[in-house]
Ligand binder design. Structure first.
Ligand code: SF4
Ligand code: SF4
Length: 701
């Protein structure tokens, strides 16, 4: 068997050389950009969470298993990779032993003749084959040729995916051929357990040559597959666990990432700050974590299938956002790496490629793609390899806004209003307390310090204080707190926008300014606990202010009200005989995992019949207002709020409920349009869960 060993050795050495060269290239490319020390630091300080993420997401395939058929198939195919490593140890061992002793009857020391291992190997190989059939069926059923844009594979590299399935198939059939031939020659280390290999051994002829050729084929296909993996989207086999390890925990949602320059949190006071370095302008501004995202994308399209922008015919696909950057990175890679080593490029085509903007009419990403994102988080939530699309989008927006001054002009009005008046509508700060006059009880306004005995600072928010529909929620919450005996105060004119719309637009400077001002006000007042009605305020106060040193205990009003109902401090008694469908606000649900409390409140109101929309909870569909989209025109495709209301109407509701002032506005506008067109009943309205509760508690009509 010496010739077999020589061929196997040559194949392996050649493949390791080719694969090693590719791996080195990928590493060098990934490290051309600025550092991301916070990712390593975070992983080190949260080791427990990282280990859990590896166990749950990588080994347990939690996210993939939400998609039952494809997730189950992937579970088995992935585990086949781990378990069948033992078969490769046996294959190489058999070749070496055959070359030395003339008989390839190698077994792994200690466990190598254990029937359980033999069974596991055969079982997982069969399961892998079944998985391949399922994958093929899913790909045929969801083919972009038949489904077009509705296929989650639309835009993916389809040929590469089929090649990979074919290669895995080759690995599995050669595995069985090699093990069956070994069984026929009495070289298989398992007397029992390896049920398929043993059965094949009974039908295959006794032939040393067959066993030798099968071993070489099995190893050969694996080596070719390794090279293909390193040059295709299947690179995720190696990079996905790393990407999961260095993702922001718990899931890349909630807080927007801190803005960093050269790996350090941006300091706008720093005189040496290079304004050109704000955000990402070209691919060279991508950190190694960004490249890990590129390398990890499996092109599965789960993100695309959930994206509200893609689902309403806008050009944004979160999958293509990643793939387009990756394809550009590979195209520019040789010149980029050479430039980093001091090579001065003179060729104008090369220079144009190196300087190609990430965003622009002729950029890697079209501006319409960038500005279509609502930051809803559906892509991040679904991505099985923890790619952080929103981080990419925000960093590109930061560059566009702060370096290029290029963003939808309508949003400029909002920015000016925030700068001048501290709210997006540009209203006087004195108007922030006007809603209080419409109440029949006193609400304390913080003048300097939180009044004695107050437990919560009620963060009203700009919409809650200034927008008519949202003011109804504000008054309902204030009244409910008053009834429950919860002592609270408001900041009134001292409250300013949290900065969420500025930050999501990419105007980090303005966000910093507003956030620091608010943190100072809150700290000076001695605020410890905050209740907020707006999920955007809630998210910013709870998750983003800690980045600037603002540490407060923040709850959303649905969390607090649900608790008060549970404690018997609020008792809904008057029946509301209505069919109600609840719309999950993205920044409350997906970004902060508050799904049950709004539903719990409604469940306690007598007479309410709830009916879920098809897309709800973690798969809820955005209203279209997030990511500062509230302040931009929606010119492309179907309006997102109309799409959401169309879905709500399929449940034939009397009322649509929600828990966010922006959702109220967006859904309310779409419902009014439907009413005008005669497509919705006149009595249909959108209300906050708090409004339902106060109606039932007070018995008001
Ligand atoms: S955050 Fe929402 S809108 Fe933006 S890309 Fe992801 S799914 Fe699409
Ligand atoms: S970004 Fe994630 S969800 Fe989207 S295609 Fe890539 S791997 Fe799939």
């Amino acid at each position: 068997m010496l010739w077999v060993a020589i061929i196997a050795l040559v194949m392996t050495v050649l493949t390791v050389a080719v694969a090693g060269r590719r791996a080195l290239f990928l590493y060098k490319l990934a490290t051309v950009g600025p550092p991301a020390p916070e990712r390593v630091e975070y992983a080190k300080t949260n080791l427990g969470a990282e280990i859990k993420a590896q166990l749950v997401e990588v080994f347990g395939q939690k996210k993939l298993l939400k998609w039952t058929p494809s997730g189950t198939a992937h579970f088995f195919v992935m585990w086949a990779f781990f378990i069948l490593l033992t078969v490769y140890i046996e294959a190489y061992g058999a070749i070496v032993q055959g070359a030395i002793t003339g008989r390839p009857n190698f077994h792994i020391p200690l466990i190598g003749t254990w029937a359980v291992l033999g069974f596991l190997q055969d079982f997982i190989a069969v399961a892998c084959l079944v998985g391949l059939v399922v994958f093929a069926a899913i790909r045929v059923k969801n083919s972009p040729k038949t489904l077009g844009r509705d296929s989650r594979f639309s835009g993916s590299h389809l040929g590469g995916a089929w090649l990979v399935l074919f290669m895995i198939f080759n690995i599995i059939w050669t595995l069985f051929l090699a093990r069956g031939a070994a069984a026929a020659n009495d070289n298989l280390p398992y007397d029992s357990g390896a049920f398929v290999s043993r059965a094949l051994g009974d039908v295959l002829p006794q032939s040393a040559l067959l066993e030798e050729i099968a071993l070489l084929l099995h190893i050969g296909f694996m080596l070719v597959f390794l090279v293909i993996v390193l040059n295709s989207k299947h690179l995720h086999i190696f990079t996905a666990p790393l990407n999961v390890a260095f993702s922001r925990r718990p899931d890349g949602l909630g807080a927007a990432p801190e803005m960093r320059v050269g790996g350090k949190p941006v300091d706008f006071e720093d005189e040496d700050l290079d304004p050109e370095k704000l955000g990402r302008g070209t691919i060279a501004d991508t950190t190694w974590k960004g490249f890990l995202d590129f390398y990890s994308c499996t092109e599965c399209g789960r993100c695309q299938s959930q994206c509200p922008a893609w689902n309403t015919d806008k050009p944004l696909s979160p999958k293509m956002l990643i793939i387009d950057q990756r394809d550009h990175a590979f195209q520019v890679a040789p010149y980029l790496m050479a430039a980093q080593q001091g090579v001065e490029h003179k060729d104008t085509d090369v220079l144009a490629l190196l300087e190609k903007p990430l965003v622009g009419e002729d950029g890697v990403i079209h501006p319409d793609v960038l500005w279509s994102c609502t930051n809803c988080g559906a892509c991040v939530e679904q991505c099985p390899v923890d790619i952080e699309h929103i981080d990419h989008i925000l960093d590109m927006r930061r560059y566009q806004v702060m370096v290029e001054s290029s963003f939808p002009s309508e949003a400029g009005v909002m920015v000016k209003n925030l700068e001048n008046k501290g709210n997006p509508w540009g209203m006087s700060e004195m108007k922030r307390a006007e809603w209080i006059e419409e109440l029949d009880f006193e609400v304390e306004i913080v003048e300097d310090k939180m009044p004695e005995g107050t437990e919560y600072l009620f963060w009203v928010g700009c919409a809650g204080a200034l927008e008519d529909r949202a003011k109804k929620t504000t008054k309902a919450v204030a009244e409910l707190l008053h009834i429950a005996g919860v002592k609270f105060a408001v900041l009134g004119p001292m409250e300013a926008c949290t900065g969420d719309p500025a930050r999501r637009l990419g105007m980090e400077y303005l966000f910093n300014m507003l956030a620091q001002q608010n943190i100072e006000t809150l700290n000076e007042a001695g605020v410890k606990k905050i209740v907020a009605t707006c999920p955007h305020c809630f998210n910013t106060l709870a998750n983003e202010y800690p980045q600037l040193g603002g540490m407060f205990e923040v709850v959303h009003h649905t969390q607090l009200l649900s608790k008060l109902v549970d404690e018997g401090l609020l008792t809904p008694i008057t029946p509301i005989e209505q069919k109600i469908t609840y719309h999950d606000p993205c920044f409350l649900g997906r970004h902060n995992k508050v799904y049950s409390q709004p539903r719990d409140i409604m469940a306690k109101v007598p007479g309410v019949q709830t009916q879920e929309m098809h897309r709800h909870k973690d798969r809820g569909f955005c209203c279209g207002a997030g990511g500062a989209r509230m302040w931009m025109e929606e010119r492309i495709g179907k309006r997102i709020n109309t799409e959401r209301v169309d879905e709500a109407l399929t449940t034939d509701p009397d009322t649509v409920s929600t828990a966010c002032p922006f959702c109220m506005v967006m859904l309310g506008d779409a419902i009014n349009e439907k009413k005008n067109n005669g497509e919705a009943k006149e009595s249909l309205e959108v209300v906050d869960v708090a409004q339902l509760l106060i109606k039932s508690v007070k018995g008001a009509s």
